[in-house]
Design a protein around this ligand. Structure first.
Ligand code: AMP
Length: 139
């Protein structure tokens, strides 16, 4: 049998957390690593591996709570900005295999972490071909 992930254990009450919000479908709690003060995670109670496999209705419920926490970060915690992000698969930095959305308040430039998007090799990428491939799958 597959071992239960740490977030399923939190949902089941086997591991403690600093709970921020809970309803029938969604749980939000403080991330143990606190990249910045108030760094929160929002998860569905039912297990889905990541954002790419979660059903729409559950995704919307999770994102709704993430939005509300981000609003609190600005309004109450005094954050100047918020990063809302979710990693899908190990190659993109996902370390816990249970869909979760990070809500990371940002207080000062350079604090916490940086998302650096380096320009890639656009000259050697066939943009019409890649656009056409993705577009046809979205129909
Ligand atoms: P990711 O790398 O996107 O999969 O993020 C997983 C996050 O889960 C990390 O930021 C960890 O700090 C956090 N985390 C892991 N275990 C716990 C835990 N027991 N309670 C709260 N956060 C946790």
């Amino acid at each position: 049998m597959k071992e239960m992930d740490v977030f399923c254990k939190i949902v089941n009450g086997e591991i403690p957390c600093y709970k921020l919000f809970e309803d029938n479908d969604v749980l939000a709690f403080l991330d143990i690593s606190q990249v910045t003060k108030g760094h929160a995670l929002v998860i569905p109670k039912v297990h889905y591996d990541n954002f790419l496999s979660v059903p729409h209705d559950i995704m919307h419920k999770v994102m709704d709570v993430a939005q509300r926490i981000g609003q609190v970060d600005i309004k109450i915690l005094g954050a100047k900005g918020v990063n809302i992000l979710t990693n899908c698969y190990e190659a993109a930095g996902q370390s816990v295999n249970h869909f979760h959305v990070h809500v990371i308040p940002r207080y000062a430039e350079g604090e916490g972490f940086a998302i650096e998007m380096k320009a890639g090799d656009a000259e050697n990428i066939n943009l019409p071909a890649i656009a056409s491939t993705i577009k046809s799958e979205l129909k």
